[in-house]
Design a protein around this ligand. Sequence first.
Ligand SMILES: CC(C)(COP(=O)(O)OP(=O)(O)OC[C@H]1O[C@@H](n2cnc3c(N)ncnc32)[C@H](O)[C@@H]1OP(=O)(O)O)[C@@H](O)C(=O)NCCC(=O)NCCS
Length: 176
Amino acid sequence: MSLMRPLIAGDLVLEPQVAAHADAMFVVLSDPRIYEHENAPPASVDALRERFRRLESRLSADGQELWLNWVIRLPGGDLAGFVQATVSPGGRAAIAYELASAHWGRGIAYHAVQAMIDELVDGFGVHTLYAVLQRDNRRSLRLLERLGFGATLPDEGVARPVEPGELLMHRAGRSA
Ligand SMILES: CC(C)(COP(=O)(O)OP(=O)(O)OC[C@H]1O[C@@H](n2cnc3c(N)ncnc32)[C@H](O)[C@@H]1OP(=O)(O)O)[C@@H](O)C(=O)NCCC(=O)NCCS
């Protein structure tokens, strides 16, 4: 049986990301508004396909972490973006998400990320979730707060260094 499965989030379907999604996702991820705070669009559809192909291993290069990506399928059949989780052996997961701006402001990210969190907890033994964001990324901050994330204190044992312009948020796997 494969490691990842499709997830249902209301009328959204989260499909395990594969190389065959690259053509449609190249269009989605070429929206410049996604990169207002960080990152950059894919250089080419071929580069994106190659990246997705490598990610199909679901493993980091050192084999220590699970790298899980799901694309978000809208009821009409279009793709809206993706959600992703980096799961470390001790049951911690860092999450991230990108949606094309045409799909912002409707709760799609909220429902997709919540469905992923449920799967991480139930299927992958995750007990703590983290997210790192740029301090001025208000939409991402609002999303995380709505999902029950709070600010993480410096002594809460996080391996990843956090840059001055960044914010680290966390929540327990199962929300209270
Ligand atoms: C971060 C990002 C995913 C947030 O998207 P979003 O659509 O604002 O997030 P949500 O799904 O939580 O939707 C929230 C909005 O939908 C509205 N909404 C409508 N119906 C809703 C519902 N049923 N449930 C929740 N929210 C709903 C909310 O009121 C809110 O509106 P507001 O932004 O005017 O306050 C998006 O901005 C994005 O992809 N940004 C670029 C990439 C990025 O920065 N990634 C994060 C890096 S850390």
